[in-house]
Design a protein around this ligand. Sequence first.
Ligand code: FAD
Length: 383
Amino acid sequence: MPRYQPASLDTIAAFLDAEHTAVSERATAFARTALSRPDPEDDEAARARAAGLLRELAEAQLFSCVSAGDLRGVCLTRETLAAASSMADTLYAVQALTALPLVTAGSAAQKAQWLQPLLAGTCVGAFAMTEPGAGSDVAAIATTARKDGSSWVLDGEKHLISNAGIADLYLVFAVTSPDQTHRRISAFLVPTDTPGLVFAGAQVAAAPHPLGRIRLTGCRVPLDALVDDEGVGLALGLATLDRLRPSVGAAACGMAGRALAAALKHTTTRSQFGSTLSDMPLVRDTLARMATELDAARLLVYRAAHRADTGSGRNTLAAAMAKSFATEAAQRIVDDALQLCGGVGLLAGHPVERLYRAVRGLRIYEGTTEIQRVAIARALLDD
Ligand SMILES: Cc1cc2nc3c(=O)[nH]c(=O)nc-3n(C[C@H](O)[C@H](O)[C@H](O)COP(=O)(O)OP(=O)(O)OC[C@H]3O[C@@H](n4cnc5c(N)ncnc54)[C@H](O)[C@@H]3O)c2cc1C
């Protein structure tokens, strides 16, 4: 056993509590058994597998840290899942993203009707914020919701929505006060069988991940579909993203750790020029840099998660540093791992080739790297 283990809990022990060991063990046991086969290769197969996999995640009690609001537990779970299956990780992440606003701001009735099934994995959730005209600039959302008697009527289009087409429930962000500059946007629970809501097509991503567009046309939901107060939807959505953002970094670390392990295996067993690759100085330099970047990323991720769990108020700066650094580092580490594996690493279905496709989206979703740096610079320059 080498003296240094890249994915060790010891590295991040300063940020964990005693009960986190059990959380990590639960996720590891699940990954070892349920995730031993490779992810589906195409979009259709991924859609067919998703609901069953979500139930398995719930049956393994992996959502207990979401209901408890334990972000370090969510990060440990995502780090482990992402190392084994990017599809399991994204399903877990989107379910957390849909459930957390209900944990923090849902009414008792909404919790009974929707939160419990979300946490039990019997209801597939989706977080529908992004639109063709509103990506990084989420305040530019054009979907509207107007009150009409005892209903809200929603009209608009969402795209790049994870679980679109397989979700049972969409958390939809829509403008309720178009004339106001503040408190313009509200959040609504829209079941998939609501007349006027249609799945407008899949958007096939590089890694298996059900993604797509939905259209809302005169889509009528009851007044109690509103989550929290009218006008606070954007703040609720952004606070949820802020809170869960370190977990995107954790998933990146999981993928990077798996890539580093594959690189170590390959370079310690492959010989060229009469010596193993791992004896060559340039290869050793690359491995050393990969391990150091991974440790740095994990420390930023669990620092941010620890702050979110133990502090009060928004955690924007630490979360932005963790997400941007970890996802960028993971991209480099996975790329280095592929390079070290040589041509076989690029072959379809090789574990590192799968990671290469899976890691890319993390630098984009839940706020791009550039948008995280905008937030970091804003804090640095105090503007
Ligand atoms: C795999 C995946 C899953 C997703 N799942 C969901 C989901 O479930 N729900 C959901 O609502 N959305 C989801 N999204 C959408 C995602 O949140 C958006 O793609 C993301 O916020 C970026 O928006 P955009 O794609 O419109 O890019 P744009 O906002 O158009 O940005 C394009 C480029 O310009 C840069 N840029 C923009 N503004 C600035 C600035 N001020 N300064 C510097 N650079 C800037 C960006 O960083 C980026 O590099 C998902 C995306 C992906 C890839």
